[in-house]
Write a protein that binds this ligand. Sequence first.
Ligand code: SAH
Ligand code: SF4
Ligand code: F3S
Length: 470
Amino acid sequence: MAKKLYIKTYGCQMNVYDSARMADVLAPLGYGPAETPAEADMVILNTCHIREKASEKVFSELGRLKVAREERRAAGGDMIIAVAGCVAQAEGAEILRRAPAVDIVLGPQTYHRLPEMVARASRAASRDAKGRGILDTEFPAESKFDHLPAPSETGAASAFLAIQEGCDKFCSFCVVPYTRGAEFSRPVAQIEAEARRLVASGAREITLLGQNVNAYHGQAPTGAPNGAEWGLARLVRHLAERVDGLLRIRYTTSHPRDMDDDLIAAHGELPQLMPFLHLPVQSASDRILEAMNRQHRIAHFHDIVGRLRATRPDIALSSDFIVGFPGEGEADFQQTMDLVEEIGFAQAFSFKYSARPGTPAALMENQVPEDVKDERLQRLQAVLNRQQTEFNRGMIGRVLPVLLEKPGKHPGQIVGRSPYLQAVHCQADAAEIGRVVDLRIDGIGHFSLSGTPVESSAHPEAAYPQEAVA
Ligand code: SAH
Ligand code: SF4
Ligand code: F3S
């Protein structure tokens, strides 16, 4: 009998990718998508542990799910409740203790075991003596990528492809090395096969994902010397050359330490590699970077940006910032403000430092008061928002190649992305979805652009990336 699955995803793009893969694993068991949790036979919360706020959301959501399940039971149905992702990995046992309604808790490395866990959770006797649900530590952690089925054919014009997972950097504020484990890179051949499949099902753009994507070092394909490994630049070149129909390649998230010469050069050489880079800097104070264990100085960040811009003058930059890291004084913060003014970001994410249990920075003594963090965040965001608006305004009157991705909110509206990752709205036929069309930008809204298709495009679609470089 057909069953319905609802997955709620928090956190980063890796979680978005993983949620799709969990749906793929459960499809052979008869699970199809549900519109709402209330109508679902199974609900998975794919959680994020990065900041306190993100983590705490899980428990309030679990409270609501418990009520929804009681209603379903009263009507003769049922609901399996699972918690996946980084909170599950970090606080698995705690979740089962605090929320006994949860049937299954599983971290990012055991998603391929979901069918077994679901089969067990469906049996009444699956709970332990205390009535608690299943914890995935009973299952061996393996490389899930070797066991997950090939991604289902969604037909999406833009797709994510995880190529690397985990992190060995241990920035002193960050939970990722604990929740995602040690850095691991998928073999090139596996990635190429997945990319081909995505393109065959309609993808024109692929975003290569990893918590530390530019630290990628995967097993080279057959033909290369035994044991050889390729870095990210080599992989991107390979995909650009070998996967016909793949028009756009992006990658995220990168660390400044791993931004090597080859990768910088690739931005100037490969028309498929989009002129946009998300490169988290966190702070511009060397003292704070040191305390964060970022393992580089701010001069290095300036150097990378200088070389990227020399290679690809129109490259748009994005970053992540943390304000109020322990010990951050006004002078340190001012250095960050100065960096922002100097570099100019097309977009950026900024956060108040959030002390995470188990990380070294949480134990540092010189924590910054909440009101100081609030005030700094407001100042930083005011500049970043202004820069984003200016960047977008600079597009007015220009013709940009836009990959049309999906219908917009209004009738006849289609939403796509510019090479610089800006959302662009236009009026176009739904049949155009999946194509790159030239749009003349004629308006800007809140963090998006609007454009009008340019009649009789001067250059063929396949050649558009060269156009973007010019
Ligand atoms: N791998 C990426 C980032 C992963 S987390 C990198 O190396 O930069 C995404 C962003 O969340 C980080 O860049 C950082 O800005 C923010 N972040 C991580 N831990 C945080 C914490 N404890 N408090 C506030 N922000 C945090
Ligand atoms: Fe976290 Fe630092 Fe690793 Fe990024 S590089 S995931 S911020 S530990
Ligand atoms: Fe959050 Fe885990 Fe991603 S903590 S940001 S979901 S790697």
